[in-house]
Write a protein that binds this ligand. Structure first.
Ligand code: CMC
Length: 431
């Protein structure tokens, strides 16, 4: 970010304030209101942060109008086509594409941290078998801080680095264990000969009684899903991680907070909700009924997998995901998949409908991802844990960036108070 000697003038009552303005490397200019209360005695009001930049960042950039997503400047479609998740993790964490040596070293560090403390399996056993894997993940990831004390001192850069590697390495193991536990199957330990995505698939789908060979095509599709979800600038869960981290909380606690936020159906929970919606629609002829419900203001129903706070054009991740859905179903020999047919027809109808066109509501990343994950054999309850797994690198990178920012302060929003002013307590017998 370059400081421009420009200011924005704010006039109210008898006051006139000059507020500094900054020009980012991309995106709209920003007015700095940090001194507004001190100088003007007023707050700003922006529920949902629709116009508020909560930090400065060099990690990810979204141009919602163009439908563009860049990780460290690299377009998501190039990364999805030419890179792989481990290289993307390195690039997000360290800011540049790695050299070959650095990539090998990074991959080695990740693969040598894939196991979790063996005692953790007893922690899993404390959960009900029918617990949602996201509920298990919130608990187990938070509990990492009770197992890895040697990487919880956030003032030590080496411990921060160690915690980051541990988080990226162990999250697939934890997600797979959550799945195995809910399926009533034994845990499968990681196999460090395998790449990141293959290892995850094996930990989810292998059983001790049979040999399991990872299909490289599925591994590639899995890797691409991880890549597409790796970061997304200051979304709700990332902001949650930053806010939790701003108090000095340890990294494992912060990521657990991010997982909890991601779970909601307006955020990462939308991939599960979307596939369930497509199944509920059931046949193409019922689509108009659901489109009408989505447009009806008296009905709380929304088309899951549609709309985005930032994208007012096609979500570039949805484009790649749609191609991937075709590829994966084709390669698995799944012909005439009814859900994919409904998704495509729903997309076509919605994109021609005045309501969706005027509100710029396009399919988002979650619209097609569930179809791919379902074809791979994952139950819907695993869709959001897979999103959480993929996003962990983004959360940890944003957490690191925040701690390295000298202007970092504890996050503490203000409010527009509308409650009662001071009044006297009334004794119980007088109420
Ligand atoms: N179906 C029908 N109407 C919608 C939808 C939808 N999916 N999304 C937004 N709208 C309408 C909304 O009713 C509102 O209409 P009006 O202006 O008449 O009141 C207008 O569009 C703007 O919506 P908003 O809720 O003010 O926008 P937002 O930026 O606060 O919400 C969103 C963004 C993603 C929460 C919302 O579009 C939504 O609920 N979508 C469905 C859930 C979903 O797919 N979420 C995944 C997001 S991408 C992955 C991720 O970030 O985790």
């Amino acid at each position: 970010m370059t400081d421009a000697p420009r200011t924005a003038k704010l006039t109210f009552d008898d006051k006139e304030l000059d507020l500094p303005m900054y020009s980012p490397t991309a995106g709209p200019d920003v007015i700095d209101i940090t001194k507004l209360y001190a100088q003007g005695g007023v707050f700003t009001y922006d529920p949902g942060f629709t116009s508020t930049a909560s930090c400065d960042s060099t990690i990810t950039y979204i141009d919602g109008g163009k439908g563009e997503l860049l990780y460290r400047g690299y377009p998501i479609d190039q990364l999805a086509e030419k890179s792989n998740y481990i290289e993307v993790c390195y690039t997000l964490l360290y800011g540049e594409l790695p050299t070959e040596d650095k990539l090998i070293d990074f991959e080695r560090k990740i693969t040598t941290h894939t196991m979790v403390h063996d005692q953790m399996q007893f922690l899993f056993r404390g959960f009900r078998r029918d617990a949602h894997p996201m509920a298990i993940m919130c608990g187990v990831v938070g509990a990492l801080s009770a197992f890895y004390h040697d990487s919880t001192d956030i003032s030590d850069p080496e411990q921060r680095e160690h915690a980051s590697i541990r988080m990226i390495a162990k999250i697939p193991t934890i997600a797979a264990m959550a799945y195995k536990y809910s399926a009533g199957q034994p845990f499968v330990y990681p196999d460090n000969k395998l790449d990141y995505a293959s290892n995850f698939l094996r930990m989810c789908f292998a059983v001790p009684a049979e040999e399991y060979v990872v299909d490289p095509i599925l591994a590639k599709a899995m890797d691409r899903i991880f890549t597409l979800h790796a970061d997304h600038e200051q979304n709700a869960s990332t902001s949650t991680v930053r806010l939790a981290g701003s108090s000095g909380a340890n990294p494992f606690a912060c990521i657990a907070a991010g997982i909890a936020c991601l779970w909601g159906p307006a955020h990462g929970g939308a991939n599960q909700a979307c596939l369930e919606m497509l199944r509920e629609i059931g046949t193409v002829d019922r689509i108009p009924e659901y489109v009408a419900r989505a447009k009806d203001k008296s009905d709380p129903f929304r088309l899951m997998g549609f709309g985005h706070r930032v994208y007012k054009n096609f979500d570039p991740r949805a484009k790649v995901m749609k191609e991937s859905a075709d590829e994966v179903l084709d390669l698995l020999g799944i012909e005439n998949n009814e859900t994919l047919k409904i998704a495509k027809e729903l997309e076509r109808i919605a994109l021609e409908d005045e309501y969706f066109v005027s509100k710029k509501l396009y399919p988002n990343v979650d619209f097609y991802s569930g179809i791919i994950l379902d074809a791979m054999g994952f139950p819907t309850s695993m869709f959001t844990p897979i999103f959480a797994l993929s996003r962990t690198v983004g959360w940890i990178t944003q957490w690191q960036e925040m701690l390295n920012d000298p202007s970092q302060k504890i996050g503490r929003p203000r409010q527009l108070y509308k409650g009662a002013t001071q009044r006297d307590y009334v004794d119980l017998d007088k109420r």
